[in-house]
Design a protein around this ligand. Structure first.
Ligand code: LLP
Length: 390
């Protein structure tokens, strides 16, 4: 990630998100060519980052949108994403969101329960409009990630249980306006090993055999997202290994159906950083605190998942003596901390810190607790042409 343009600015009000659009474009290039090799369809999981310029940059590419709310569908449509490139997922879709999706003629709704399937059937019938769905099945695969972002285990609220697939097919037979387009899976997020995906492919193969035995035909498979990024060392791996990811899926999935993915973090995670300034230094009884002007309101991940984001000091002018700090925000919550034992050059009031790998689930999860508000994001573009075409 390149911070050159940021280093030249002295007076910018912090905190704000900073995006390296050249890195985003390199990531998109790499993703596009890796997916193209197997004719895989990628839907960008908008929840990861809905920043306008990020969306514009992503949707210039041949990627669809993975939405989890009616407002995300509306946003994707307004950004020119074709309806047949949009999927709507989510364990609790409101009636208006279902109606809106049917009305817009999106690619498909990923259905997460038998009850939801029934309701979609009723709404489609009332509207007199056909709708395509994918059944989201819970494959009971351990993604080996943080428990708050594991979604494919049987105790999770997501998807239709394996055993209920037969019932879902029976129900589908009774719904005149609903047709089965595909199967959908998403086992979790920030998955750093490929083994869970191999396990998923094996499960999918078995389910496909079961469906073939029942003469059920499908039009697509959707394997969700979840590919992780290197938070500890973002500069070693600024772009995730999409090539190996798709190669692995291709090797283990025994199907000729078109395959779709919903990637979020792996696309935008590394191109963003939260920029914050040191307000105060405080020598606690057992810790050296650096109190900064960003908090859990701007980046919630450390408070919510004990996530560790690499923190670096941006400016070079003060001492290079290294100290261990607890870097904490201004909010009156003990979880408002970006971590303990963070090694930084001796830092003083006014120093600028960058909290790395914050492009995904950073700005999009920011909130205005304490009536706090993020300052407008800042971008750097190596290729001038990118900015020109925005
Ligand atoms: N598809 C579905 C159905 C999902 O639930 C998600 C993410 C994705 C795709 C995209 O997953 P990704 O490729 O970004 O891993 N706030 C958490 C992450 C929550 C992920 C929720 N679902 C975090 O900050 O780590």
């Amino acid at each position: 990630m390149n911070f050159d343009s940021l280093k030249q600015q002295k007076s910018r009000r912090t905190p704000f998100y900073y995006y390296d659009m050249a890195l985003l474009n390199d990531t998109l290039d790499r993703l596009e060519s890796a997916a193209k090799r197997y004719h895989y369809h990628v839907h960008y999981a908008m929840k990861a980052n809905c920043n306008e310029d990020i969306l514009k940059t992503i949707f210039k590419r041949p990627f669809g949108a993975d939405c989890v709310s009616g407002n995300e569908v509306e946003k994707a449509l307004s950004m020119g994403v074709a309806p047949n490139q949009i999927v709507l997922a989510g364990v609790g879709k409101s009636d208006w969101e279902i109606e809106q999706a049917i009305d817009a003629g999106i690619f498909c709704l990923n259905v997460e329960s038998l009850h939801e399937l029934q309701v979609i059937g009723l709404i489609a019938e009332k509207m007199g409009r056909p709708v395509k769905v994918a059944l989201r099945l819970n494959p009971n695969v351990d993604a080996n990630t943080h428990k708050h972002i594991t979604t494919g285990l049987k105790e999770n609220k997501f998807g239709i249980a394996h055993n209920d697939l037969g019932l879902a097919l029976e129900l589908l037979d009774t719904l005149d306006f609903v047709s089965l387009s595909g199967l959908h899976f998403h086992i979790g997020s920030q998955i750093m090993e490929l083994q869970p995906y191999i396990d998923l492919c094996h499960q999918v193969n078995q389910i496909l055999d079961f469906l073939a035995s029942k003469q059920v035909t499908l039009e697509h498979l959707n394997l969700g997202g979840g590919l992780g990024i290197n938070y500890h060392n973002p500069d070693i791996e600024p772009i995730p290994n999409f090539k190996l990811f798709f190669e692995t899926i291709h090797k283990h999935l025994k199907s000729d159906l078109p395959v779709h993915f919903e990637l979020g973090r792996s696309i935008v995670g590394q191109c963003g950083a939260l920029v914050t300034r040191v307000l105060f230094e405080k020598q606690g009884a057992s810790k050296n605190f650096l109190i900064v002007d960003a908090g859990m309101t701007e980046l919630m991940r450390p408070a919510l998942y004990s996530a560790a984001h690499k923190i670096e000091r941006l400016n070079d002018e003060t001492s290079n003596e290294v100290m261990k700090y607890s870097v904490v925000g201004p909010v009156c919550e003990s979880t408002d901390s970006f971590g303990d034992d963070i090694a930084l050059p001796l830092s003083v009031r006014g120093d600028v810190l960058v909290i790395r790998s914050a492009g995904a689930y950073g700005e999009s999860m920011a909130n205005n607790y304490n009536l706090r508000r993020l300052n407008a994001a800042e971008y750097s573009y190596d290729q001038v042409s990118v900015k020109d075409t925005l």
